[in-house]
Design a protein around this ligand. Structure first.
Ligand SMILES: Cc1cc2nc3c(=O)[nH]c(=O)nc-3n(C[C@H](O)[C@H](O)[C@H](O)COP(=O)(O)OP(=O)(O)OC[C@H]3O[C@@H](n4cnc5c(N)ncnc54)[C@H](O)[C@@H]3O)c2cc1C
Length: 403
C-alpha cells in the first residue's frame, strides 16, 4: 500500500488542489505537499456554488459542516426569468433525496476552509513550478525560486494555463466563447428587505445576469455575461468599469429590480470566458491532472469546482488501492479512465447551457429554449446533483479488481 512515506506533490492551491490535498491526506494516507505560485492564498472576490454532488465529496472528507457555516443556503429553488423578470423555469437546487442543497460560497472563504483542513506545513506559497523531470522512481520538480525536490508522484491542479499538463502533451488551444463575465459581490444589506434569498437569472438580448447569496447572506454574488471580442486583444481578466455593466443591462427592456441591483455595484472585474476541447488523456506515468488543468469548462453549468471535487475523491480512492509507489502510474491511469467521460460531457453541456441562457444556436426560438430549460431541471438533478463520486469510484474499483 502507498502510505504516509509516499510523497505526492500537488501543484496549485486553488479550490481543486486544496480539495485534492485533503482527500489524498485523509483517504489515500499519503504525505502531500502543495505548491502555489502566489505569495498569498485566496481566490477572486466572487462567488461559487457548491452543488450537491460537490457537497457529497466534502461530506465524505469531513469538511461539509465548516463549508455550510461559511456559506449561504438559499430559501428555495432558483429561477430563470426573462429580461423583465417573468418566470421562465425553476432551477434545480437540491438532490432527489433532499439531503444536499446548493450552497453559495464566497471563494476566499472556501479556500480558507479547505486550507485549514490540511496538516500544518503542507502548503508552500511563492513556488511557481517551471519544469518536471521524470525519474525512474518518481519525478523531480523545479521551481522559479530555485527550489527543486523529488516526489513519488505529482498532481497538476494548476488551472487553465497548467504547466503540468503542458509537460504531458501538446497544450490544447483555449477556445474563446465570445463572452466575457463581469463579476463581484455587493453588500446584501443594501438590497430591499423583500429581496428573495435565492438564485436568480435574467435572460435577454443575447446576454444574461445572475445573482445569489453568499457568506450567511451578508453578501450577494453577481455575474453579468455579455458578448465581446475584447479578450482576443487584451488579458484574460482585469478590473472592470461599473458603468459598463450598468450600460449592458440598461433601459426599459430590463427588469427595474435588476437595474436597481446593478446600481448597488461599486466594484467589478471582467473575465474572458474560455474552455478547451476535452483532452484524450490526463495521465502519464506518475503525473496526472485534476480540475481546470484537466477539463476547463465554461461556467454555465456551475460545475468547474464541483468536478474538481469529484476528481479529488476519485483520485484518492484509486491511489489508496496502489500496493506501493510502483503501482501509482496504473492508479492514475484508472482514475483518468473513470473521470474523463463525465467531465467531457460537462464541458459540452456547459457550452450548451450558455447558448440556452443567451438564446443562441438551436435556442434562438425562445419558446423551444424555455421548454428545454423547464425539462432540464429533473435531468440536472439526477445526472449532476445525485451523482455520488464515492460510490462511482468504489464500483469502478471492484471492476478493476476483477481484471
Ligand atoms: C464567472 C465564473 C463563474 C463560475 N462559477 C462556478 C460555480 O458556480 N461552480 C463551480 O463549480 N465552478 C464555477 N466556475 C469554475 C471554477 O471557478 C473553476 O472551475 C475552478 O476555480 C478551477 O479550480 P482549480 O483549482 O482547478 O484551478 P484554479 O482555480 O485556476 O487554481 C489553479 C491554481 O494553481 C496555481 N498555479 C498555476 N500555475 C502554477 C505553477 N506553475 N506553479 C504553482 N502554482 C500554479 C494558480 O495560482 C492557482 O492558485 C466559475 C468560473 C467562472 C469564470
Amino acid at each position: 500500500m502507498v502510505n504516509h512515506t509516499t510523497r505526492v506533490a500537488v501543484i496549485g492551491a486553488g479550490m481543486g488542489g486544496l480539495t485534492a490535498a485533503v482527500a489524498l491526506t485523509r483517504i489515500a494516507n499519503v504525505q502531500v505537499t502543495v505548491f502555489e505560485q502566489a505569495r498569498k492564498l485566496g481566490d477572486v472576490g466572487a462567488g461559487v456554488t457548491v452543488a450537491p454532488n460537490g457537497q457529497r465529496v466534502l461530506d465524505k472528507l469531513g469538511v461539509l459542516e465548516q463549508v455550510k457555516r461559511a456559506g449561504a443556503t438559499p430559501d428555495g429553488h432558483g429561477v430563470y426569468q426573462d429580461a423583465m423578470g417573468n418566470l421562465v423555469a425553476e432551477a434545480a437546487w437540491e438532490d432527489s433525496a433532499k439531503q444536499y442543497r446548493n450552497i453559495g460560497m464566497y471563494r476566499p472563504d472556501l479556500v480558507n476552509v479547505l486550507s485549514g483542513e490540511v496538516p500544518p506545513g503542507t502548503i508552500h506559497l511563492g513556488h511557481r513550478l517551471t519544469s518536471i523531470q521524470t525519474l525512474p522512481t518518481g519525478v523531480c520538480l523545479e521551481f522559479e525560486n530555485g527550489v527543486h525536490d523529488e516526489f513519488d508522484a505529482v498532481v497538476g491542479a494548476d488551472g487553465i494555463h497548467s504547466v503540468v499538463r503542458d509537460s504531458l502533451m501538446q497544450p490544447p488551444a483555449p477556445v474563446y466563447s465570445g463572452f466575457i463575465a463581469f463579476r463581484g459581490v455587493i453588500d446584501a444589506t443594501l438590497l430591499p428587505e423583500d429581496w428573495p434569498m435565492i438564485s436568480q437569472v435574467w435572460m435577454g438580448e443575447g446576454k444574461h445576469f445572475m445573482c445569489y447569496p453568499l457568506q450567511q447572506r451578508k453578501l450577494f454574488n453577481y455575474v453579468g455575461f455579455v458578448p465581446s471580442d475584447r479578450p482576443l486583444k487584451e488579458t484574460w481578466s482585469a478590473p472592470g468599469d461599473v458603468g459598463e455593466i450598468a450600460a449592458e443591462f440598461a433601459g426599459a427592456k430590463w427588469d427595474p429590480r435588476l437595474r436597481h441591483f446593478i446600481s448597488l455595484i461599486d466594484k467589478t472585474f471582467w473575465w474572458g470566458l474560455y474552455d478547451h476541447e476535452p483532452l484524450t488523456n490526463w495521465s502519464r506515468g506518475r503525473v496526472t491532472l485534476l480540475g481546470d488543468a484537466a477539463h476547463t469548462m465554461l461556467p454555465h453549468a456551475g460545475q468547474g469546482v464541483n468536478q474538481a471535487m469529484e476528481d479529488s475523491i476519485t483520485l484518492a480512492f484509486f491511489l489508496r488501492e496502489a500496493e506501493g509507489p510502483d503501482e501509482i502510474a496504473e492508479a492514475f491511469k484508472r482514475y483518468t479512465a473513470v473521470r474523463m467521460q463525465r467531465t467531457a460531457i460537462l464541458q459540452n453541456s456547459s457550452r450548451r447551457s450558455g447558448s440556452q441562457f443567451d438564446a443562441r444556436n438551436e435556442f434562438e426560438d425562445t419558446e423551444k429554449r424555455d421548454a428545454d430549460l423547464r425539462a432540464g431541471r429533473d435531468f440536472r438533478r439526477s445526472v449532476l446533483f445525485d451523482f455520488d463520486a464515492v460510490a462511482a469510484a468504489e464500483k469502478a474499483l471492484k471492476r478493476f479488481r476483477r481484471i
